[in-house]
Write a protein that binds this ligand. Structure first.
Ligand code: 13P
Length: 269
């Protein structure tokens, strides 16, 4: 698959992002030790934003520990209602001031917790009204990929998730493309190739352009996630439309995550 010429007209935006999604890993103590190690090794970089996304229980204590010049926090999910009788839920209103980013619509939330496009759209709106930057995840299953349905799926997830976002607010949103078939894979055959990612990223940019206009669309950061590690990060970060990475497994190993950050800094320079 090659990247169609019409998708190559956007310049790389200045800022890039490395986001670590810790999923349901680490105790509060382990999260704190990890963050300390990361903070010691990191130097603030103007062009690169580093974000980690611990479990809910760790967010509040880590928000007191974190050096915001070097690192930012993201929530892995949130409830779009502000307050009320929603047992077990945590709202974006409650997360306000604790996190700067919110991962929304991750495939694990869609598949395991049955979050619908309606829930995701409400979460994007709730995050924005609470000054939290949504990282809206989109991605197709292996079957959808095999049957050539990727663009239809991505368009639906994208427009479904963003339908309550105004032209003014869209510049506060980050999009992450995570093909489900490439998440947590141990075989190279299942890794998404830079060409495949470039095609879909170009399609996402094109879809955003149709809705919000070219000038706005080119400013929206587009991340890639799916078995990113220090060996493939450089290749993914040099895809023209890609502005950063959403890292799962490799973000749990501090040395690997730091290596990925260093690679991103080099690509940025
Ligand atoms: P892996 O990097 O483990 O494939 O996870 C990707 C992911 O789901 C990040 O949100």
């Amino acid at each position: 698959m090659s990247t169609p010429a019409r998708f190559l007209c956007y310049n790389k935006i200045m800022k890039s992002y490395i986001v670590g999604n810790w999923k349901m890993n680490f105790s509060v103590g382990e999260s704190s030790v990890y963050l300390h190690k990361l903070s010691q090794k990191l130097r603030a970089s103007r062009g690169l934003t580093v974000v980690v996304s611990p479990s809910f229980v760790a967010l509040q204590p880590l928000s007191l520990q974190i050096d915001r010049k070097k690192l930012r926090l993201a929530a892995q999910a949130g409830n779009p209602h502000d307050f009320g009788a929603y047992t077990g839920a945590v709202s974006y209103t409650q997360l306000r001031g604790i996190v700067d980013y919110g991962i929304i619509g991750h495939s694990e939330r869609r598949q395991l917790f049955h979050e619908s496009d309606k829930d995701i759209r409400a979460s994007v709106a709730a995050a924005l009204r609470n000054q939290i930057t949504p990282i809206l995840c989109v991605g197709e299953t292996e079957t959808e990929h095999t049957f050539g349905e990727t663009e239809d799926v991505i368009r639906d997830q994208l427009l479904g998730g963003l339908s309550e976002v105004s032209t003014e607010d869209i510049s506060k949103v980050i999009i992450a493309y995570e093909p489900i078939w490439a998440i947590s894979t141990t075989t190279d055959a299942h890794l998404a190739s830079p060409d495949e990612i470039g095609d879909v990223a170009g399609f996402i940019r094109h879809t955003l352009k149709d809705t919000y206009g070219a000038a706005t669309a080119k400013e929206i950061p587009l991340l890639y996630g799916g078995s990113v590690n220090p060996s493939n990060a450089g290749g993914y970060l040099t895809i023209p439309e890609i502005n950063g990475l959403l890292v799962g497994g490799a973000s749990l190993i501090a040395d690997q995550f730091i290596d990925i950050i260093e690679i991103a800094k080099k690509v940025q320079d």
